[in-house]
Ligand binder design. Structure first.
Ligand SMILES: C[S@@+](CC[C@H](N)C(=O)[O-])C[C@H]1O[C@@H](n2cnc3c(N)ncnc32)[C@H](O)[C@@H]1O
Length: 256
């Protein structure tokens, strides 16, 4: 393997906007709620509430909501979902997806905002979710984004995050080949695999270690990162150029 060090540019609004335009053109944006978000939000709801009737008083926020698959799932459960995203194209796609499902009147606030400065008052939300967003932020912005999450959570509220782990095949294979700009952070080459955009490669990719969360989520009384490892079927691993491929992700469950 020859070295492929390249100059790093911060992942920007333009980068994500372009990615969404491509994803729309290829009809490849995410339309399914993220499994571990569904599972963990369901655990939270079962533990706290006896009846679904109570969900309608709950407000959740998704940071980096993209096309809105997770927000739609929340709305279908009767929870009032709000979202922020850095890409205006993603936000307009999210609105359209709510309209298609006849759920537009069940959508809370949808705002164009970076994760590092959430446009909401402190203690607004019963729950905050995040899936594959914070892993694209540099160390400074990761710290700010997690602080913002804790700030907008109500006391007793939950944060559920889904992020790359250091045990992920992409990190283990590419470490030493691509530039590691901070411990655990690689700048992977953006690539299209078999005609599909590889979202891991947008801007930087941070692979979290378990010990990071206690500092990042200061202010939470429970901080419980669970690692989920999923071995991809060999055909899918091969499509990505791997012999075997382990998708190792943190499913972070934290209560303020
Ligand atoms: C991999 S997509 C995930 C979308 C959605 N969470 C899902 O699971 O379907 C990452 C999303 O985060 C958004 N994003 C990236 N950086 C962001 C930032 N700094 N602040 C807010 N949103 C950001 C992108 O525009 C994109 O919609």
């Amino acid at each position: 393997m020859t070295s492929k060090i390249k100059t790093f540019q911060d992942p920007s609004e333009i980068l994500w906007d372009e990615s969404f335009k491509e994803q729309i053109a290829q009809d490849s944006y995410n339309t399914a709620p993220v499994e571990c978000i569904v599972r963990s939000v369901s655990h939270f709801l079962r533990a706290r509430f006896k009846s679904q009737e109570k969900f309608k008083n709950l407000k959740f926020l998704e940071v980096g909501c993209g096309a809105g698959a997770n927000l739609i799932w929340l709305a279908e459960k009767g929870i009032l979902p709000s979202g922020v995203d850095i890409s205006k194209t993603a936000l307009s796609l999210c609105r359209k997806n709510f309209q298609k499902k006849f759920l537009y009147n069940k959508l809370g606030d949808l705002k164009h905002s970076p994760a590092t400065a959430l446009p909401f008052d402190a203690a607004t939300f019963d729950g905050v979710i995040e899936s594959c967003v914070f892993q694209h932020l540099n160390q400074d912005d990761r710290t700010k984004a997690h602080k913002e999450v804790v700030r907008v959570m109500k006391p007793g509220g939950v944060f559920i995050g889904h992020m790359l782990s250091v045990n992920h095949s992409t990190y283990k294979t590419n470490r030493g080949y691509f530039e590691e700009i901070e411990p655990g952070t690689l700048v992977l080459e953006s690539k299209i695999v078999s005609g599909k955009i590889n979202l891991e490669s947008i801007g930087l990719s941070h692979f979290f270690s378990k010990s990071e969360y206690h500092t990042l989520l200061e202010g939470c009384s429970i901080i419980d990162p669970c690692e989920i490892t999923y071995q991809l079927p060999s055909e899918e691993a091969a499509r990505r150029g791997y012999k075997s491929y382990y998708q190792a992700m943190w499913n972070v469950y934290a209560v303020k």
